[in-house]
Design a protein around this ligand. Structure first.
Ligand code: HEM
Length: 311
């Protein structure tokens, strides 16, 4: 006969296991077998309507994972979304729309954190980049982060190489992961205030490239709504041109050019510029690692009914 104390110990172990369950790529195989196909076709439609949306969804996933882990906290209306680095995020409506479609086939089963992770992968694929298998089973947070937490975890474009290395290391990401993930800037756009200091004050920038950007982004202030592609050669294609641009001092952000500025990451940039395959494989590996940052699993958090609000 098992004693009551043994039973409660067993129960505790079972609960602890459930709470810290591992992510698994087959998590929805029986509970929602069409979830991944539904997300993929919605992302394909959104990206074919507006290619930049692929970049915006990828960035949304990064901003989610680096702040409080990949828990969809960035999707909650409020403090976290209103913090400086998050003000230019886009794509919330696309995620809300995907969630509506997924809820229609499987009620309260697929988390917003997983939808965002899969949508980021599908966005990269939609723009011609590599594919990878996404571990699943994240749950959604019941709280958003404060603006201080956002500022501490998302570096500004003025960041130095040392700062970049240190923040990624604090998330369990290596220097190679950091350089590979920065390759996400092979797609999408930035606003003039994000690159103004680089094009006017820095010397490690191609002069004609700087001059062409200065024509639309005024010195001092203004140009708030002016956009420029992060990859000046192929803005809507997920390729390795971002790294070739760095070799010719055509990184748009100060933080981009930091990766190729005589420091410890120069050789990795050269390697990714010369081998699309090396970049693709390192990017896929690093995306899985980024997607695994402090997920809520098991009985932690909840599966939201709507991505923009807690239940
Ligand atoms: C920690 C280093 C990083 C810094 C300092 C940084 C900074 C920025 C800045 C300043 C912008 C432009 C914002 C604007 O002016 O509207 C931007 C855009 C973007 N970032 Fe990053 N970023 C970093 C890492 C990443 C990572 C790791 C990813 C994804 C894996 C990523 C994906 C993107 C994408 C795709 C865009 C374009 C979004 C769009 O067009 O809507 N970034 N980033």
């Amino acid at each position: 006969m098992v004693s009551a104390s043994w039973l409660s110990l067993l129960l505790l172990v079972a609960l602890a296991t459930a709470a810290s369950a591992q992510l698994s790529s087959t998590f929805y195989s029986t509970s929602c077998p069409n979830a991944l196909a539904t997300i993929k076709s919605a992302v394909m439609a959104a990206v074919s309507q507006e290619p930049r949306m692929g970049a915006s969804l990828l960035r949304l996933h990064f901003h989610d994972c680096f702040v409080q882990g990949c828990d969809a906290s960035v999707l909650l209306a409020g403090n976290e979304q209103n913090a400086g680095p998050n003000l230019s995020l886009r794509g919330f409506n696309v995620i809300d729309n995907i969630k509506t479609q997924v809820e229609a086939i499987c009620k309260q089963t697929v988390s917003c954190a997983d939808i965002l992770t899969v949508a980021a992968r599908d966005s990269v694929v939609a723009l011609g980049g590599p594919s990878w298998t996404v571990p699943l089973g994240r749950r959604d947070s019941t709280t958003a982060a404060s603006s201080t937490t956002v500022a501490n975890n998302l570096l500004p474009p003025s960041a130095s190489l040392a700062q970049l290395i240190s923040v990624y290391q604090s998330k369990g990401l290596s220097v190679t992961d950091m350089v590979a993930l920065s390759g996400a800037h092979t797609i999408g756009q930035a606003h003039c205030p994000s690159y103004r200091a680089h094009i006017y004050n820095d010397t490690n920038i191609n002069q004609s490239f700087a001059a062409s950007l200065q024509a639309n982004c005024p010195a001092g202030s203004g140009g708030t709504n002016v956009l420029a592609p992060l990859d000046t050669t192929t803005a809507n294609t997920f390729d390795n041109a971002y790294f070739s641009n760095l070799l010719s001092q055509k990184g748009l952000l100060h933080s981009d050019q930091e990766l190729f500025n005589g420091g410890s990451t120069d050789n990795t940039v050269r390697n990714f510029a010369s081998s699309a395959a090396a970049f693709s494989s390192a990017f896929a590996t690093a995306m899985v690692k980024m997607g695994n940052i402090s997920p809520l699993t098991g009985t932690q958090g909840e599966v939201r009914l709507k991505c923009s609000a807690t239940n």
